[in-house]
Every structure is written in structure tokens, then in C-alpha cells.
Design a protein around this ligand. Structure first.
Ligand SMILES: Nc1ncnc2c1ncn2[C@@H]1O[C@H](COP(=O)(O)O)[C@@H](OP(=O)(O)O)[C@H]1O
Ligand SMILES: C[C@]12CC[C@@H]3c4ccc(OS(=O)(=O)O)cc4CC[C@H]3[C@@H]1CC[C@@H]2O
Length: 323
């Protein structure tokens, strides 16, 4: 059994026989936050997620106009969900006191593919307004074939691994204090560097999308949390052009950037109180929203362990994180 705090879609109830058979053949380990994780197609997942991924790979049919947000967990998913939602729907929802992001957390506004397919294998996204916007944490090679073969666009966002790790560490501490206490930070860094956590290995995830974006720049846009933070308007315009909804008015850009900023979203009642449909407290997705915040949590020696892994993994790729 997975731990009780785990969102229902990551849990291990009602798996199909096909998934049970598959799981019994997969390498498995005690997770850092959940009791058991499984290595499927090179990446680590809970039993429930493996079921969701299989359903999604079998049943999801991408439209040419779809926009897929792909991220590693804790790398700016919430921010990009808000920005992309606001960009895509800006004609229907101009920035005003009635904007949906003022009343709804960004997560329920943008479906999370493998999680939604976990809850319901025949979930229907055909009612979503076009262009449809959906999110995934899947590695590129695990995406449903139709995402790769259609003309839909993929916006990929990652973050420097030390901040990503620290963000996940604090997220876990909030969600599962006991599991974190049982799993000291040194062990978590070790597991992280071995890639053994949901969605890991981090570096393989990033590299795959990095190479895809270079091979096919009209299909995959590579964004980093750091660049988005440092020059938000420039990056938002780049994203808007990529998804085919470029701006004419500068004012529109700055209004969307302001609406989706950490400062604005984190202050809203809807993001401070209550739980999301996945059972996680809404405020868990808003902590510090900074670059380099890892310094408050990681010792120099633990930071070096992550840096060494990054150096090894990214050698020769031309990819570097500034932090
Ligand atoms: N609008 C926003 N702008 C910048 N960072 C944001 C943001 N909304 C959430 N975040 C930060 O993004 C991280 C969560 O990532 P995800 O959305 O992928 O789960 C958290 O980082 P920290 O824990 O470092 O603060 C969170 O604070
Ligand atoms: C999907 C999720 C972000 C990832 C969260 C997560 C990440 C790593 C974990 O560690 S390990 O047990 O695999 O070692 C566990 C979790 C559990 C919760 C996951 C989050 C639920 C909603 C977020 O988008």
C-alpha cells in the first residue's frame, strides 16, 4: 500500500490484471515519499501512475491544435499552467476582476493527463475548448504516440535541480511529515541523484526534451524556471509566439504576467485555503517561488553531490543551469 496522504490517482486501488502483471515484472524500490515505486520505461512511478500512463498511452488522441505542458515535478508547473491558460483564453477571459484564475487554482483548470487517465480510463477531453491545454510529467519517450505524431505543440519547463529537489523536499514535508522524518535529507539527495523518485531521473527527463527541442524547435519549446523568472515578459512572448497566439499589445503581456505572478496567485484566497480535487492543500503549490532558495535547506556538501551529478549527466549536451 502507498501512504495515506498520496492523492487518490497515485494510489494502488483497482488496478487491472494487465497492470498487476506488468508491475510484478518491474524493478521496484521503497520510495522516498511513497512506500513503493516502480521503474517503468526508464522512469519511476507509483502503481497507480503506471495504470494511468498505460491508459493514457492507449486512449489519448492528440489534436493538431493541442498544447501540452510537460514538466518535471516542482519546476514551475503551476506557474506555466496559469500563464498558458491565461494566454490561450485571453480573448474569452481578458484580465479583469472576473478572470477564472482569481477564483480557481491553476491545477483544476488544466487537466493532468496520466492522473486523469488513472481516475478514469475513458476520460473525455473532447469538450475542452480549442486549443486544448493539458499537462504531463511524462518523459518524452513515454508520451502517447499521437502527441509525437500530430502537429500539437509541447511547452517543456524544467528548473535547476537543487531548487527542484528542495521544493520537492518541502512539498513532501508538508504532505507527509512522517515519511520525510524517516527519510533524512541525505538519503533523499542520494535517491534523487539515482533518479529514484516519482518522475525521475530528473536529468534524463530534461535531456530528452532538450534534444527534442533542438531537433524540432517548432514542436518542442524548452523553457527554464530561471529564465522565466529573470525575464518573464520576454519568455512569455516567446511562449505566446510558439503556441501561435503572439501579442500585439504590450499591456496585455504585462497584465498576464502580473496576474500569474507568484505574488498575485499566492495571495488569493483560493490558493491559500482548502484542498484541490486531488486532495492536496492548495497552498502546497506556493512556497517561496525564488531562484537559489536551495541555500536555506541544502548544506554545501549536499549541494555538491547534486552539482557533481548534473555535471556528469549534462556533459557534452550544451545544457547548463545558471544556479
Ligand atoms: N506563479 C509562480 N511564480 C513563480 N513560482 C511559482 C509560482 N507558482 C508556484 N511557484 C513555485 O513553483 C514550485 C512548485 O512547482 P510545481 O508547480 O511544478 O509543483 C514551488 O517552488 P518553491 O517550493 O521553490 O517555492 C512554488 O512556490
Ligand atoms: C505528482 C505530484 C508531484 C510529484 C509528487 C511526488 C514526487 C516524488 C515523490 O517521491 S517518491 O516517493 O517517488 O520517492 C512522491 C510524490 C508524491 C506526490 C506527487 C505529487 C502529487 C501532485 C503533484 O503534481
Amino acid at each position: 500500500m502507498t501512504s495515506s496522504y498520496v492523492p487518490i490517482y497515485l494510489g494502488d486501488e483497482d488496478l487491472t490484471q494487465e497492470t498487476r502483471d506488468l508491475l510484478s515484472s518491474l524493478p521496484s524500490e521503497k520510495g522516498w515519499l511513497v512506500s513503493q515505486i516502480y521503474q517503468f520505461e526508464g522512469s519511476w512511478h507509483t502503481q497507480g501512475l503506471v495504470q494511468g500512463i498505460l491508459n493514457c498511452q492507449k486512449n489519448f488522441k492528440a489534436n493538431d491544435s493541442d498544447i501540452i505542458l510537460a514538466t518535471t515535478p516542482k519546476s514551475g508547473t503551476t506557474w506555466l499552467k496559469a500563464l498558458l491558460f491565461a494566454l490561450i483564453h485571453r480573448d474569452k477571459f481578458p484580465v479583469s476582476s472576473k478572470h477564472p484564475l482569481l477564483a480557481t487554482n491553476p491545477h483544476p483548470l488544466v487537466p493532468y493527463l496520466e492522473a486523469d487517465y488513472r481516475v478514469s480510463p475513458d476520460v473525455d477531453f473532447s469538450e475542452l475548448p480549442s486549443p486544448r491545454l493539458m499537462q504531463t510529467h511524462l518523459q518524452h519517450h513515454s508520451l502517447p504516440v499521437s502527441i509525437k505524431n500530430s502537429s500539437c505543440k509541447i511547452v517543456y519547463c524544467c528548473r535547476n535541480p537543487k531548487d527542484m529537489f528542495v521544493s520537492l523536499w518541502h512539498f513532501g514535508k508538508k504532505l507527509a511529515p512522517q515519511e520525510i522524518a524517516d527519510y533524512p535529507i541525505e538519503k533523499s539527495v542520494e535517491a534523487f541523484c539515482q533518479g529514484k523518485f516519482i518522475g525521475g531521473p530528473f536529468w534524463d527527463h530534461v535531456l530528452e526534451y532538450w534534444y527534442e527541442s533542438r531537433k524540432n524547435p517548432n514542436k518542442v519549446l524548452f523553457v527554464t524556471y530561471e529564465e522565466l523568472k529573470k525575464q518573464t515578459e520576454v519568455e512569455v512572448k516567446r511562449i505566446a509566439n510558439f503556441i501561435g497566439c503572439g501579442f500585439t499589445a504590450e499591456k496585455e503581456v504585462s497584465e498576464i504576467v502580473k496576474l500569474c505572478s507568484f505574488e498575485s496567485l499566492s495571495k488569493l484566497e483560493v490558493n491559500r485555503q482548502g484542498k484541490l480535487p486531488n486532495g492536496i492543500e492548495s497552498n502546497s503549490y506556493f512556497r517561496k517561488g525564488e531562484i537559489g532558495g536551495w541555500r536555506d535547506t541544502l548544506s554545501e556538501s549536499l549541494a555538491e553531490v547534486i552539482d557533481r551529478t548534473t555535471e556528469e549527466k549534462f556533459r557534452g549536451s550544451g545544457l547548463k543551469f545558471s544556479c
